[in-house]
Ligand binder design. Structure first.
Ligand code: 5AD
Ligand code: SF4
Length: 450
């Protein structure tokens, strides 16, 4: 348990459960910082006085998980009436009214923008209810980025996340993010570098933004920021998520070659292989331009890995249009895909489109996609057997005497060895290919973190 940094009249124990993306994990770390000003952080939910849920509403399934968890906590509150329950993040922002209706016992509802306010937690701890809801699903939230560097109290280990933009102006027709997180804001480069000071010594940095590569603040653009970060002492690896293909250009492709820390791995969300569906999704690129972007990277770095996001069963997607997505998957041969069934989100344009597909048709398409991709990954992993890779060790694997780490291309690697520790940089030979990971033997070791 962490100690409160300032005394308050009643020190509460606070437990935070995080759902969703890496941005949400980052936000929870910021909430931890806030909590430290007024109370104690506990990892044990059962002993907490305040239970906070940091939520995700990107798809309906993620949202339903929130209500299940609240149901569980409600039973605890029946036995312990002073227990404070709070819901923050995207579901809180988008579904505040639904939470009020379905879970009236919730004491605190706050959007992703207000998570840094300690006075809010103080008030609810004194028995006051604070409910911040929107008047309607399309109402935009006011976005801003707390510019102070925070302490990342929970941030142990070799890896750190850092948010450089927040919010999104793109308004893809399926996506709720612009409504939950508001308009895009880029953080002042000074405050980014200040936060880096707090993270000093991390070997591995992942920079985050809903639309990370459109970063621009005080005359510094995304590529310039990458250059500044690459100069950090000790930094071995730099990655970024999630970029938009429309902002991927020659200068960014060049950065993958010129910046030693920038890993040869790119996430480039395609969403669909059909130009008509891409238009209806409001993605602002065609398959032709997407292929050009893939070539921009592969022409420079043939070994670079590329991952993507795909949505199947978007409203009106015909069999032929789904086949175009399959064609793109077979042609590009992504190293990893995150694939989703289209999920209707309130307030979005696509929710109002006609011709929504039946759930079982979406499931069928997803299954076909996953099977094809599974074969591609297996073939690509087998092609890596015998190659030499650099692996950054992340820790012990659940298998005895085995450690796990990642290649620069982001492949998960298991190595039978009990000596290497998190932060070691290994040169390895790949000896085996499994479905979602690789096996390897060590050639040499260097320690990047003591
Ligand atoms: N339905 C299904 N998938 C979605 N995504 C975003 N919104 C939806 C939705 N309504 C997926 C997109 C995005 C990823 C983060 O989540 O593929 O890139
Ligand atoms: Fe959502 Fe599109 Fe913005 Fe990504 S770019 S957060 S999918 S609106």
């Amino acid at each position: 348990m962490e100690e409160a940094s300032q005394n308050t009249e009643t020190v509460k124990k606070v437990f935070i459960q995080t759902y969703g993306c890496q941005m949400n994990e980052y936000d929870s770390n910021r909430i931890f910082d806030t909590v430290k000003k007024i109370g104690l952080i506990t990892q044990v939910a059962e002993e907490a006085d305040v239970l906070l849920l940091n939520t995700c509403s990107i798809r309906e399934k993620a949202q339903e998980k929130v209500f299940h968890q609240l149901g569980r906590w409600k039973r605890w509150k029946d036995d312990k009436p002073n227990l404070v329950i709070g819901v923050g993040g995207c579901v809180a922002s988008q579904e505040g009214d639904a939470i009020r209706r379905r879970a009236p016992y919730v004491d605190l509802i706050f959007g992703p923008q207000t998570l840094h306010r300690p006075e809010m937690l103080k008030k609810v701890s004194r028995g006051q209810k604070i409910i911040q809801t929107k008047r309607h699903a399309r109402q935009k939230v006011r976005n801003f980025i707390p510019e102070y560097a925070f302490q990342q109290t929970q941030h142990h280990g070799i890896k750190a996340h850092l948010a450089i933009t927040k919010g999104c102006n793109n308004h893809c027709s399926f996506c709720v993010v612009p409504f939950t997180r508001g308009r895009e804001r880029s953080r002042d480069p000074k405050s980014i570098l200040e936060e880096i000071g707090v993270l000093f010594g991390k070997a591995f940095l992942i920079i985050l933004g809903e639309n990370v590569n459109s970063y621009k603040a005080n005359g510094v653009d995304f590529v310039e920021l990458l250059h500044r970060l690459d100069e950090l002492e000790n930094l071995q690896r730099l990655r970024f998520i999630s970029p938009h293909p429309k902002d991927f250009h020659e200068e960014l492709a060049d950065a993958f070659v010129t910046l030693p820390s920038l890993c040869e791995q790119m996430h480039l969300p395609l969403q669909s292989g059909s130009d008509r569906i891409l238009r209806r999704m409001r993605r602002w690129y065609t398959m032709e331009t997407f292929y050009e972007k893939v070539a921009m990277l592969r022409d420079r770095l043939p070994e670079a890995t590329i991952s993507t996001d795909l949505i199947v069963g978007f409203p009106g997607e015909t069999e032929e249009e789904f086949e175009m997505t399959m064609e793109a998957v077979r042609t590009i041969r992504f190293d990893l895909i995150y694939s989703f069934k289209y999920s209707t989100r309130p307030g979005t344009r696509a929710a109002e489109y006609p011709e929504h597909l039946a759930e079982d048709e979406k499931s069928k398409r997803l299954q076909i996609l996953l099977e094809t991709q599974g074969k591609i990954v297996q073939e690509k992993n087998e092609a890596l057997v015998g190659s030499i890779q650099e692996v950054l060790v992340q820790g012990k694997h659940y298998r005895k005497n085995s450690i796990t780490g990642r290649t620069r291309g982001n492949h998960s690697v298991h190595i039978d060895d009990s000596c290497a520790i998190a932060g070691d940089l290994l040169s390895v030979r790949i000896t085996g290919a499994l479905q979602n990971s690789l096996e390897a033997e060590i050639i040499s070791t260097s320690t990047v973190l003591s």
